[in-house]
Design a protein around this ligand. Structure first.
Ligand code: F6R
Length: 582
């Protein structure tokens, strides 16, 4: 989703801004732009499409100045073209802004500006911000910005320049933004990841705060009361943002899973938020929701504690029944997903809350007790190690609940979990889905089926295939297919069946036979030899963690299928890594 970068210091801003935008590319975008303050004037350059288009344009122009802002835009309001790209200038050109978030009342604000003689150049909800600041400006930019943020409804992280002041302004409300202090100057960015090559020292803005940055950063609340903030020093992460010889970040991240899982297993604390709870709500979006769904099957079947799994964007608007002894756990790799934060806010104050999050100190961790995954930075848009480490935490939650009950199965589960890094390594070494990928790549659709936790694994596998290879994939509980969808099965229809549960094996095998007899080409992912299928992706046997192993196998299958189709694997079209709007 939109990325913001800003710089003020002694060096030329242009190259630093472009470098920052490069590091924000993984968030997903469809246009980009920068603005630099040059001798009291704001110069703006924007381009549709890839960052290289902006760089190409920059080569044709001189662009000097030591204070600037940059943006990668993921279109929400208005087409992904140059006109709608950020930065947006105010009418006189005195202010330039970049925005991440959504201004919900922008139509009202547009009307107000039009009645004051302004005309809007773009179709965005963001442009109004630049004009409003200018309208409220009487020589003090900070005050004009403060007046403006009071008028805005919605979510907004902002980077702002004023032609009259050698300063960089930052605002944060319900959208991510950090300040980083480097040797050559001070930066703002949508995430720490974008700045780790420049600094490990951060001032983390809270929602409802703004900053004026010159040779120092001064933080204020929205009533302009000064705020003191400790410097946060980010750890030097070994699994940094380089591909280390892999063709794609996704492949690197798939192969990092044994280590990521081991770190996650070894780093957990007491999990005291699990004491004395009634039922559990697991919420998330996309793959994080699939983790929640798998968590439901795992925790309920092992512990007998009721678990509801919900898509965060549905949960937040359906008046969910929340009891005081319930525990709500939000699952999010980024910790910044707007709907997941929104759902968490619904539960806050009504029941206990916790979150399973990968990015340290991200927004969710400020509102609920974090149980971190230790996957390290995840750069590929499609999550892999983020997802499997979420599952690890859910298995650990099941183990802790078993232990609270004095259930001896906890020992068996923990023993299996301790061998999980090796089991995943085994999958990575033995599964070689290239031939099947060539076959799958020729189709424009596929079906995934599974029962129980394998159904959740199948849903995640279908999503992975769709998002990176652009093959439409539908997923069903294996017993559900014959209630309608089986009419779509014809000769050669690819069906991927996940079957890791011994108890359910004969049922899933029957479902495989049903589609086979209608001509389907069935690929089974299983530790068992299944005669009914056309191809078998064999994974190691495990009593509890086999659905996770199946997910790793299908990550490889999706990756290789996308590779055969020459897709842009790390940055699939239309997608954003961190979805900060609802
Ligand atoms: C799919 C994928 C997305 C995310 C979803 C939630 O591969 O990555 O479906 O899982 O956008 O993101 P987080 O976990 O950051 O809340």
């Amino acid at each position: 989703m939109c990325g913001i970068i800003g710089y003020i210091g002694k060096s030329q801003a242009k190259d630093l801004l472009i470098d920052g935008l490069r590091r924000l590319e993984y968030r997903g975008y469809d246009s980009s732009g920068i603005a630099v303050r040059d001798n009291g004037e704001l110069c703006v350059l924007k381009a549709k499409g890839k960052l290289d288009n902006l760089i190409g344009k920059l080569e044709e122009r001189s662009f000097s100045g030591t204070c600037g802002i940059g943006h990668t835009r993921w279109a929400t309001h208005g087409a992904p073209d140059e006109l709608n790209a950020h930065p947006h200038l105010s009418r006189s050109g005195k202010f330039a802004i970049v925005h991440n978030g959504i201004i919900e009342n922008y139509k009202e604000l547009c009307d107000m500006l039009i009645s004051q003689g302004y005309s809007l150049r773009s179709e965005t909800d963001s442009e109004v911000i630049a004009h409003l600041i200018e309208l409220g400006y009487d020589g003090d930019a900070l005050k004009a910005i403060q007046k403006t943020v009071k008028l805005l409804k919605g979510s907004f992280a902002l980077g702002i320049l004023c032609a009259d002041e050698n300063a960089l302004f930052a605002v944060k409300k319900d959208s991510p933004l950090v300040i980083g202090s480097g040797e050559d100057g001070i930066y703002i960015a949508s995430d720490m990841q974008a700045l780790l090559s420049k600094t490990h020292e951060f001032l983390l803005l809270e929602s409802g705060e703004m900053a004026k940055i010159t040779d120092k950063a001064e933080i204020f609340d929205f009533d302009l009361r000064p705020v003191k903030r400790q410097v946060y020093v980010a750890e030097n992460d070994k699994s940094d943002a380089d591909k280390h010889g892999y063709a794609h970040f996704m492949l690197k991240e798939i192969y990092e899973q044994p280590e990521a899982i081991e770190r996650t297993l070894l780093s957990q604390g007491e999990l005291s938020f699990l004491d004395g709870i009634g039922s559990i709500h697991l919420i998330g979006c996309g793959s994080a929701y699939h983790a929640a769904l798998m968590g439901k099957y795992i925790i309920e079947s092992l512990t007998g504690i009721r678990v509801h799994a919900d898509i965060a964007s549905e949960f937040r608007y359906r008046n969910p029944i929340i009891k005081p002894d319930d525990l709500l756990i939000a699952i999010s790799q980024s910790g910044e997903t707007a709907d997941t934060i929104g759902a968490m806010n619904i539960a806050a104050g009504k029941c206990k809350t916790a979150c399973i999050v990968n990015v340290p100190l991200s927004s969710l961790t400020h509102v609920a007790e974090p149980m971190y995954t230790y996957a390290g930075p995840e750069i590929a848009v499609a999550t892999t190690k983020g997802f499997t480490t979420q599952l690890v935490n859910l298995y650990l939650i099941a183990a802790k609940l078993l232990s609270n009950k004095g259930d001896s199965r906890v020992n068996e589960l923990m023993t299996e979990l301790s061998s999980l890094p090796l089991l995943v390594e085994n999958v990575l070494k033995t599964v070689s889905p290239v031939k099947l990928a060539f076959l799958l790549a020729q189709n424009d659709y596929a079906f995934f089926i599974g029962r129980g936790a394998d159904y959740a694994a199948a849903k995640e596998s279908a999503l992975k295939l769709k998002e990176i290879s652009y093959i439409h994939a539908d997923c069903y509980p294996a017993g559900e297919l014959k209630h309608g969808t089986i009419s779509l099965i014809q000769k050669g229809s690819p069906v991927i069946a996940i079957a890791t549960d011994k108890q359910l094996l004969s049922k899933t095998v029957s479902n495989i036979a049903e589609v086979k007899s209608r001509g389907a080409f069935v690929i089974a992912v299983s530790p068992f030899d299944i005669d009914a299928c056309d191809a078998l992706i064999k994974i190691p046997y495990a009593k509890y963690v086999a659905p996770l192993l199946a997910s790793v196998a299908t990550q490889l299958l999706s990756y290789h299928t996308a590779l055969v189709r020459h897709c842009e694997i790390d940055k699939p079209r239309n997608l954003a890594k961190s979805v900060t709007v609802e």
